[in-house]
Design a protein around this ligand. Structure first.
Ligand SMILES: [Zn+2]
Length: 338
């Protein structure tokens, strides 16, 4: 129990989902945690490959569902059923709504009551806390209406009844499939470290333009044309003009965090919605666009407005990027020296 708790805590820290005050500062601790995380990723990959082979669903699709559920579970402070897998089924989902035995593990009675629980491990039990059973149950439910060759998207939509969820899973699957690994959690600072920039903690301050909204981001001041870089592995979710943000890019990462880059002078050549980006990849340049109709520029000094939003399944909510920027800057500096 205790070991499992520590493992998930380590996992959360590495994915940047815990407050920074809980992060161990010394590099040695970070290395130990990184080794633990590598082991967890390796164990998860074995599970995805196994159930993937069993069901014909590509491993990266199963990985994407698991990762999506992990981020939603953390956002909703939901209990974690499995050891390495975070897909969540409630007791009643698992055993069936009318099943009098809420802890039922009997495959026959569960299916009689239309429960979702299945036995993927082959021990004859449908165990809600067993990783293989959980993953196999999710796979079975996606395949309920047809084969893998038919659209998995339909199965996902039927389950979540929410287009946002389907979009997230597809974004994550695209990332895992492209890089063929689960280890996509490295971050970089949003501008080259050698460039001339300054920033302070400005999240939550009141703002002059755009009505009664708090300042949902950190302003990083730099000259026109300084490169703006993606902080994470992610998918370009939104790109174009917005009256407040000017030329802006929104990138979704694997922690289900939306990175919002605003007031750019322009985008990197060829970059478009749906593209995959890596940490450190240049996506645009610092500018002063925004606060008006398309093309409006120069109403304020050039800077990057950088916002972070977490998805809780229904909407995105803003959190303070400042401590994360500081951390990524520090980590990148440390990597550069080693
Ligand atoms: Zn701003």
């Amino acid at each position: 129990m205790r070991v499992g708790w520590l493992r998930s805590l380590t996992a959360m820290m590495l994915c940047g989902l815990l407050p920074l005050s809980l992060l161990p500062a010394p590099a040695a601790h970070a290395q130990g945690a990184a080794a633990d995380m590598k082991k967890t990723f390796a164990e998860r990959k074995v599970l995805f490959d196994k159930v993937g082979t069993l069901t014909g669903i590509p491993w990266y699709y199963l990985a994407a569902i698991d990762q999506y559920e992990r981020t939603i579970g953390l956002a909703k402070k939901r209990p974690i059923g499995g050891k390495n897998v975070s897909i969540y089924f409630s007791e009643l989902q698992w055993c069936g709504m009318m099943n009098p035995d809420h802890a039922d593990q009997n495959v026959t009675s569960i299916s009689l009551f239309n429960g979702l629980g299945r036995d993927g491990s082959g021990d004859g039990l449908a165990d809600r806390n067993n990783d293989e059973d959980i993953l196999y149950s999710m796979a079975s439910l996606l395949l309920k209406n047809g084969s893998v060759n038919e659209d998995l998207r339909i199965g996902l939509w039927n389950y979540y009844q929410n287009t946002r969820s389907v979009q997230r899973v597809e974004q994550f699957a695209k990332l895992y499939s492209q890089f063929d690994t689960l280890e996509l959690h490295e971050h970089t600072f949003v501008m080259p470290l050698k460039s001339d920039y300054t920033y302070r903690s400005t999240w939550g301050a009141s703002r002059g333009w755009g009505g009664y909204r708090i300042h949902e981001g950190t302003d990083i001041f730099a000259g026109y044309g300084v490169p703006v870089r993606s902080a994470a592995f992610g998918v370009v979710e939104v790109m174009g003009w917005n009256p407040y943000g000017g030329w802006r890019v929104g990138i979704r990462d694997l922690n289900n965090v939306y990175h919002y880059f605003a007031h750019l002078s322009g985008f990197s050549k060829g970059l478009k919605e749906g593209d995959i980006v890596k940490p450190g990849q240049i996506i645009g340049r610092v500018g002063s666009s925004g606060y008006g109709k398309p093309g409006t520029s120069g109403k304020f000094p050039p800077h990057l407005h950088y916002g972070l939003y977490r998805d809780n399944g229904l909407s995105d909510w803003s959190f303070d990027p400042y401590p994360h920027l500081k951390k990524w800057e520090r980590e990148e500096r440390r990597r550069g020296k080693s």
